[in-house]
Design a protein around this ligand. Sequence first.
Ligand SMILES: [Mn+2]
Length: 407
Amino acid sequence: MLQIWVNLIPLCVSGIAWAHDAGLQQNTLQFDLTFDTDPQIGLSEEPWTSKYGAQNDLGYSGPLSFSHFNYKKCLEDASVPFDIGIIGFPFDTTTSFRPGARFGPYAIRSGSRRQSLGAGRGYTLAWGSSPSDYGSSLLDCGDVPISAYDNAKAIDQMEAAYSTLLSRPVFGGTSEVYKEKTRAFSLDGKEHPRIVTLGGDHTIVLPILRALHKVYGPVSVIHFDAHLDTWPPKGTTVQEGITHGSFFAVAAEEGLLTNTSIHAGIRCKMFGMEDIEHDDTVGFQVISTEDIDDYGIKKVIEKIRQRIGDKPVYLSLDIDVVDPGQAPATGTPEVGGWTTREVKRILRGLSGLNFVGVDIVEVAPAYDNADITGIAAADIVHDFLSMMLVDGPPQPHVGPFSKTDLL
Ligand SMILES: [Mn+2]
């Protein structure tokens, strides 16, 4: 009986509303609005918590933070200290081809939902550990509200946000070898938090390098990308010259880089060898996509480590370094790229370098299929965290292979 009346209520209400809208108050349809209020409706008297426990978020539920981390709007809330902070830079107004990377932070967080690192499930055989094993405070710091209309202002906003996070005290829980490592490089002799930035188009790296320069001076860069991004600034205004293909050249002109940086995964079309010659003046060596076939992953890792040495280093990864078959959601796709597995394997080999910050950029989910790019990017961020926290490339897990040094 009750169910019948409950079903009728919306009909009654909509009937009256229709009559009212039509100015037919004098000729209103007649419904009986009385309904049964029998209190014996079988609701459990046992509350959820005593019957089922905590209101846990599942892999596909809950608010969207990276890997279910704690989420704070860190720019305005300094109440939670962090050793590694995740921050989104939703900015894409300096792209040359397909826009849409402003939705990258959302897509990467969404792709991270099944990782549940915040719930303690972050161990992988590849690393032999979880990023949560090192006592570090890992925090999702939200997104920076960046102007979509004024690029000069947007770039200043990103620098201000990054500098704000760098200025915060650390929680202090990194691995024993890494502990206080940033203190050894910082110009003020203090330990600073490290930031994982979710882009955003690649221009976001210019304000990041400006902010890092204030703390560390010039840094080396490991740059995973299909493109050089060192092309000379062009255009009739200063702002027109700062794009996602020229920002490294601008950074070098400003003295933000050492001359010991390196690209990995380059395969784009160029004007000619003069592009590489100019790239050299910006301070980069080039590892091409094909080098991985000719020399193998271990040599690629070895060359990067040789180039960087023990200098403070910033790692920037354009998702288009991955083949568009495995990461189609990006602005300027180039065919014939590395597999996600190869990129992950190289990142593992880079652990123990003196990373002062990392980013992943150019994820534009409007071009994605079944979220594969967002999931790939989120998994790479998981590797970033391990790479920044472990003291060196881990030994292989127990199994049929011997514990040889795999780098
Ligand atoms: Mn690129």
